[in-house]
Design a protein around this ligand. Structure first.
Ligand code: TXA
Ligand code: MG
Length: 318
């Protein structure tokens, strides 16, 4: 099947209220017609995701904003859209009545983004509706960066998977909330606070815990096998003969049964691109009993990487 045929089939299923997995630049999404509450309910069911966790709505055209948010003509919103869309930035905005409560998990706001991936944009255009899509993995499990990763966790539940190859960013979008004073950062991603602050002001007031923010769920992105973080040489106390290392600097690789070096040029963006794939690979490898991931400094892209890694190791005691 050609990619054009695959998109066409996917669009038809979306129109019929079925679930379609598709690539974005960040991770694969599990999509449904965002304006059809029955279709969206299937996402929660397939993911086994609690209903208090809202979804991101994907659009292909700025014109689609008006039906989703009351701030569609807001100057700050338009500036952000111009600067970062299509791209890995999600805006949490006040929703219109057209957005079903099941999409926003009962919140008065909705998360919206325009993905920077031709397949995703074409799918949305052909379906003729905005597409609600979380990452296409079971709740709390490793995010998918290839179609195979999606199949591994969700093949039964999905009408169609569009295979667009490996995603180019590798971790989920940055999420911000628009406030009267500017923006608050709800989830770290490749687009950083400092870049966004060049477009609209950063609102430094504390984020109310009442708001469902991604950080509230401590365990996330987890492999089925024990996983831990490696911060210094002193942490190398594990049995490395059955352990695998997700290596960034290259300095800890000796003694591990298997190693994936995520970057050959010390670029943290490569860590983001390859991190989930490395976790999937070692999770599936019967020789590996423990996954070890090298920690990095929590600044710049490192903030987003460490956010994912800390949640991935949470259930395994760190
Ligand atoms: O890159 C991405 O954002 C990917 C691709 C598929 O677009 N999607 C993604 O979706 O990561 P998901 O469901 O795995 O994460 C979305 C996060 C949730 O943790 C949710 O808490 C937050 O977005 N979110 C969505 N709507 C929100 C809202 N109205 N207020 C606060 N947080 C919201
Ligand atoms: Mg997710």
């Amino acid at each position: 099947m050609t990619i054009e045929e695959s998109i066409k089939i996917g669009a038809k299923y979306i129109q019929e209220g079925e679930l379609v997995a598709f690539p974005t630049e960040t991770v694969y999404g599990l999509g449904a017609n965002a304006l059809n509450p029955e279709a969206v309910a299937k996402i929660y069911e397939a993911k086994e995701r609690p209903s208090f966790n809202p979804l991101i709505v994907h659009i292909a055209d700025l014109k689609d904003l008006a039906q989703l948010t009351t701030l569609a003509a807001d100057e700050g919103v338009l500036k952000l859209a111009k600067a970062f869309w299509p791209g890995p930035l999600t805006l949490v905005l006040p929703k219109t009545d057209l957005v079903p409560d099941i999409v926003s998990a009962g919140l008065p706001t909705v998360g919206i983004r325009m993905p920077n991936n031709e397949i995703a944009l074409e799918l949305i255009k052909q379906a003729g509706c905005p597409i609600a899509a979380p990452s296409a993995n079971k709740f709390t499990r490793i995010s998918p960066t290839t179609a195979k990763h999606v199949e591994k966790q969700l093949s039964k539940e999905i009408a169609h998977i569009i295979d667009g190859g490996k995603t180019t960013v590798g971790i989920e979008s940055s999420i911000i909330r628009i406030t009267p004073k500017g923006f608050q950062l709800l989830r770290n991603g490749i687009i950083q606070k400092e870049e966004i602050a060049k477009v609209i002001p950063w609102d430094s007031s504390p984020i109310k815990k009442k708001v469902v923010a991604p950080g509230m769920i401590k365990s996330h992105y987890s492999p089925k096998k024990p996983m831990c973080l490696l911060k210094t040489v002193a942490d190398l106390t594990m049995d490395r003969s059955t352990a695998a290392l997700i290596s960034f600097s290259g300095q800890y690789e000796e003694g591990f049964l298997k190693v994936i070096r995520v970057s050959d040029k010390d670029d943290l963006k490569d860590y983001a691109v390859n991190m989930f794939e490395a976790m999937h690979r070692f999770e599936d490898d019967p020789e590996i009993e423990l996954i070890v991931a090298e920690a990095v400094a929590e600044k710049g892209v490192g903030l987003a990487i460490m956010d994912r890694l800390k949640k991935a190791v949470h259930d395994w005691g760190g």
